[in-house]
Design a protein around this ligand. Structure first.
Ligand code: 5SP
Ligand code: CO
Length: 220
């Protein structure tokens, strides 16, 4: 298991001042950018041009979470846009192994996401191809949703499979992560935590990043 990392999602930030919003969280390890196409999920955000502008505005690496159809064709554009980590959904990829290799070959960390109802077991042998596995803890599409406790056993099983295969793959959770729920995720074996509304609704988002990090460290 790697050290605890906190990756605030900008989904609930002010889209009119993204560079300024990102500057409020210098303590973040990554900036999580939720790309939505209104097909894979019923919500629409932004595409590679906007992501590229954001990448130019910060030194913090970008962690793209692609909630888009036809990931095989569309994901490489986000490496070109400057994302240091690119996550595609397995439900949207026809050839996940080829895609993960393509992302790595282009110079970014390759990551694969699972929706709450998608099991980890069929993908056990893919773990070595991935730099990170994202287990969604809400149905993807919106920020501010309630954390789904039913995802905790899958986080535990994923951690056990990673230990069994001896891989260095990071285990990220995304959705409803807050001071109240982060301990449960860390105890289950997650080491990378996305938090959107918890961070951007705080009076001082950077203080919240630090608080989330210490709570996860205490529990992990
Ligand atoms: O990918 C998603 C939602 O689909 C997330 O990244 C959320 O944007 C996180 O927001 P909170 O649940 O933490 O408010
Ligand atoms: Co996300």
């Amino acid at each position: 298991m790697g050290d605890i990392q906190i990756t605030p999602s900008i989904l609930n930030a002010d889209f009119g001042s993204l560079a300024a919003e990102v500057a409020r969280i210098p303590g973040a390890d990554w900036i999580h950018v939720d790309v939505m196409d209104n097909h894979f999920v019923p919500n629409l955000t932004f595409g590679p041009t906007m992501v590229e502008a954001l990448a130019r505005s910060t030194d913090t690496p970008l962690d793209a979470h692609l909630m888009i159809e036809d990931a095989d064709r569309n994901a490489p554009a986000y490496v070109e846009a400057g994302c240091a980590s690119v996550t595609f959904h397995v439900e949207a990829a026809k050839a996940p192994v080829r895609l993960a290799r393509e992302i790595r070959a282009a110079g970014a960390r390759a990551s694969m996401a699972l929706k709450p109802a998608t099991p980890i077991e069929p993908y056990e042998d893919l773990l070595a191809e991935l730099d990170m596995l994202l287990i969604m803890t809400v149905e993807p599409g919106f920020g501010g949703q309630k954390f789904l406790d039913l995802c905790l056993p899958k986080i535990r099983r994923a951690r056990a499979l990673m230990d069994k295969h001896g891989v260095e793959t990071w285990l990220q959770v995304d959705g409803g992560v807050s001071l109240e729920t982060i301990e449960r995720c860390a105890e289950a074996g997650a080491d990378v935590f996305v938090a959107g509304s918890a961070v951007f609704s705080a009076d001082d988002p950077d203080v919240m990043v630090a608080a989330l990090r210490s709570r996860a460290r205490e529990a992990g």
